[in-house]
Design a protein around this ligand. Structure first.
Ligand SMILES: NC(=O)c1ccc[n+]([C@@H]2O[C@H](COP(=O)([O-])OP(=O)(O)OC[C@H]3O[C@@H](n4cnc5c(N)ncnc54)[C@H](OP(=O)(O)O)[C@@H]3O)[C@@H](O)[C@H]2O)c1
Length: 418
């Protein structure tokens, strides 16, 4: 518990800094956006409902007239919309200093999204993983010319992660249809913690990325405390035990205001007091009596974090939701050979001008030609019709795997009549 006195008043001047907060139209996210904007940041508020988002921005601007906030529409239950929102942001901005993966739902009735994933698993974890994945290159670039700690990611988790199923993540059946609503919430919130550990390992202080000046990002996950928000409204009405707990917490005044609930996120995404050693951590800064402050054993399991990262990458690749192409010179060789061959044919055409020679050049693409490499065939020399068949396969290294992206060829015919 590193700091119990932090308040948003202590935030530094955030002028010229760009932040994204998901689920910014309500609850903890709303106050996170408001305080960042109050301190001069340009904030993108993600909301699935444009009207709700616009109305929330208008309310913040009433409090802080100079607030610079834009809306980024994104529905976490639709992975295509998540990728589109990230891509839209990338066309608008050249820097990103802070990302708060805040949006979430809790203990909702069992439901599959249109992408085929369980709703809490996708909303709370998978979609945020994909969103972050697409924004990471820009965040790394942003950090390269700035002091350490200038670029940060915060994942909202919950002490509810302690209710994840035995073993942590059920890789065979992440939908957990036959488990309880809270077990599904717990699994998704545990995944938020494990995601944090993986990001910290890859890009945090001391990582290869940071040491090789390829970019450093401080990532942390926070339990915001027990906070009065709309989150409780989504809880399955037939989950009487959970409804009972919420009623008792309300009656005993255990819930904090949404504003107070934003403090942990603000400390971690922009607080000047945050230390490099806190990156990768589960921060329960304002822990109070009755709230568990500990991380579960699976949350501290590095092997589980690695396994989840691999699993998620594979799942998202299957759905073509991530695609990071690394093109090497060797990958481009077949393409270069093709261009040279085209040039050669054009040259012959010019060297043998009519009437001594008439030449024509035709190019046909043959999608699906299966031969790799490059070869030429000269056919029917007697009639002096030269047919050149070029076939190629262009492969790229995509996240360590070789993927064929072009499997095509073409035929060129060159007729020379002297
Ligand atoms: N409140 C607590 O006591 C507590 C405790 C531990 C952790 N947390 C975590 O804190 C985070 C914020 O929750 P909150 O308490 O502030 O709840 P909230 O007031 O219900 O806010 C949740 C936000 O997420 C958005 N959201 C939900 N589903 C979405 C979707 N499919 N696509 C896009 N946005 C979506 C909501 O948008 P709509 O308005 O359109 O629904 C809303 O803006 C959550 O990750 C939660 O797990 C909260």
């Amino acid at each position: 518990m590193p700091n119990t006195t932090f308040s948003p008043d202590a935030l530094p001047d955030l002028k010229d800094k760009v932040f994204i907060v998901t689920g910014g139209n309500s609850g903890i996210g709303y106050y996170t956006v408001a305080h960042l904007a109050e301190h001069g940041a340009h904030v993108y508020m993600c909301a699935r409902n444009v009207d709700k988002g616009t109305e929330a921005i208008a309310r913040i601007k009433k409090m802080h007239p100079s607030a610079h906030i834009d809306l980024l529409q994104m529905d976490l239950k639709d992975l295509t919309s998540v990728v589109a929102a990230a891509q839209r942001f990338l066309t608008l901005e050249t820097a990103l200093h802070g990302l708060v993966n805040n949006a979430g739902i809790m203990a909702t009735p069992f439901e599959l999204t249109q992408d085929g994933h369980e709703a809490q698993w996708q909303t709370n974890y998978l979609s945020h993983w994909v969103f972050t994945h697409h924004l990471l290159p820009l965040m790394l670039t942003t950090s390269k010319t700035l002091p350490p700690g200038s670029v940060r990611i915060v994942n909202l988790t919950s002490s509810g992660h302690l209710q994840a199923p035995k073993g942590g993540i059920n890789f065979d059946n992440p939908a957990l249809k036959d488990a309880g609503d809270m077990a599904r919430y717990g699994q998704s919130k545990l995944a938020n913690i494990l995601h944090t550990k993986s990001l910290h390992k890859a890009y945090g202080p001391g990582s290869a990325s940071a040491t090789n000046n390829e970019g450093e990002i401080w990532t942390s996950c926070v339990h915001p405390g027990l906070v009065e928000t709309n989150l409780q409204e989504g809880v399955n009405k037939s989950n009487l035990a959970m409804q009972g707990v919420i009623t008792v917490l309300r009656k005993t005044g255990m819930f904090w205001s949404s504003d107070r609930g934003s403090y942990n996120s603000l400390y971690c995404v922009a607080g000047g007091e945050m230390k490099a050693e806190q990156s990768g951590g589960y921060l329960e800064i304002f822990g109070r009596f009755g709230e568990p402050t500990c991380e579960s054993k699976p949350a501290r399991d590095g092997k589980l974090a690695e396994r989840l990262e691999e699993y998620t990458k594979e799942e998202m690749e299957k759905g073509a939701l991530i695609f990071n192409a690394v093109i090497s010179f060797l990958d481009l060789l077949p393409l270069l050979a093709l261009l040279m061959m085209n040039g050669f044919m054009m040259l012959i055409h010019l060297i043998l001008p009519p009437p001594k020679a008439s030449a024509f050049l035709t190019t046909y693409w043959i999608p699906g030609a299966h031969a790799a490499g490059l070869w030429a065939e000269v056919l029917d020399r007697t009639t002096r019709v030269y047919v050149l068949v070029v076939s190629l396969e262009v492969s790229m290294t995509v996240e360590g795997k070789v993927v064929t992206i072009v499997e095509a060829g073409f035929v060129e015919t060159l007729e020379l009549s002297r």
